[in-house]
Design a protein around this ligand. Structure first.
Ligand code: DGY
Length: 327
């Protein structure tokens, strides 16, 4: 039997692509950069599957170029780069890579929290500029993290993993907001389920863990910053567009809130010019899942989805599950 044909939009860390090549005919955009739309359009011609990244837009136009594409394995847990209804309508199975990156992303969320509260990046820059001329009691005063109140917006896997670190390691009080209340979680972490307004008003730190959906776009804007404490610190390791960047820039500049630490920002990778001059924001380039181990595991999962699919097994992480029940 002919091997399935797969297009991969960029080289991935680890050994997974070698595994894929054993069982499939693989064509890849070989350079370590985002594939252009034209390259993807061309690349998927004659293929049965696509392995893509969160930087690749998969929409109706793309899927209509090759109606033989049966599965798209997205190398990410978030799948806002994919038009799911369009894929489902065309019976294209979409998979993602949840689970394996949970702890890695939660580690970075905590790291950003501490770094923003204690002004680590500002202080590092100061030292590198050889400005340090002796210890001083008022140098780089920041905020304590230990014992403060953390508001978690979106209590999925990553939100919970952040709560574990915050409550067990930093003695933080946990508030959370999510469409669903989780009584077991509340008991274990002494956490409180609150409406978003209460969370905004009472939290010292707010960590965002909701997916980007039409209803979460700009969920944090001028009104929300206005409700937050002046000492509040916002952490975003989810998706940039959940935060209205213009409003955030203004809130940071006016000191409406104390600081922000962002793994993601709007219109990545375009330089966030409104944020760059501000000392009270830390911005890193979408690296929350970027550990050697995790990025390899994400590749394993994405590849396994494709292999399972062509072996007539149900892939582990199907996004549009309705396709499984409807044949
Ligand atoms: C994801 O997988 O969605 C993350 O944003 C990658 O870091």
């Amino acid at each position: 039997m002919a091997k399935p044909k797969v297009y991969v939009t960029r080289p991935l860390p680890g050994n997974a692509l070698n595994e894929l090549k054993k069982y499939c005919d693989v064509e890849m955009q070989e350079e370590d950069r985002v594939a252009t739309r034209e390259e993807i359009k061309e690349g998927i011609k004659g293929k049965d599957a696509l392995l893509c990244l969160l930087t690749d837009k998969v929409d109706a136009e793309l899927l209509d170029i090759n109606k033989n594409i049966k599965i798209v394995a997205n190398y990410a847990v978030g799948f806002d780069n994919i038009d799911i209804p369009a894929a489902t309508q065309r019976k294209v199975l979409i998979t993602n890579t949840p689970g394996v990156l949970t702890e890695t992303v939660a580690d970075l969320a905590m790291g950003l929290m501490v770094a923003a509260a204690r002004r680590v990046v500002e202080a590092d820059k100061f030292t590198r500029e050889c400005k340090y001329d002796g210890w001083g009691p008022s140098m780089f005063l920041g905020q304590d993290v230990y014992g403060k109140t953390l508001g978690i917006v979106g209590l999925g896997r990553i939100g919970k993993a952040v709560a574990v670190r915050a409550e067990k390691g930093f003695g933080m009080k946990i508030l959370y907001n999510d469409p669903r209340q989780d009584l077991e979680f509340e008991k274990e972490f002494n956490a409180k389920f609150v409406d978003i307004e209460t969370l905004l008003k009472q939290s010292d730190f707010i960590s965002i863990h909701v997916p980007l959906l039409p209803q979460t776009k700009h969920m944090f804007s001028e009104k929300q910053f206005g409700m937050m404490k002046r000492s509040a610190i916002l952490i975003n390791t989810s998706r940039g567009a959940i935060v209205d960047q213009t409003a955030l820039g203004k809130a940071l500049k006016d000191k409406t809130i104390y600081a922000a630490a962002l793994d993601v920002y709007e219109d990545e990778p375009k330089c966030p010019v409104e944020l760059i001059p501000l000392p009270n924001v830390i911005i890193v380039p979408h690296i929350a899942s970027a550990s050697i181990e995790t990025r390899a595991k994400m590749a394993d999962l994405a590849v396994q989805s494709i292999l399972d699919f062509f072996n007539k097994k149900t892939p582990q992480n199907v996004v549009n599950k309705e396709l499984l029940t409807n044949g």
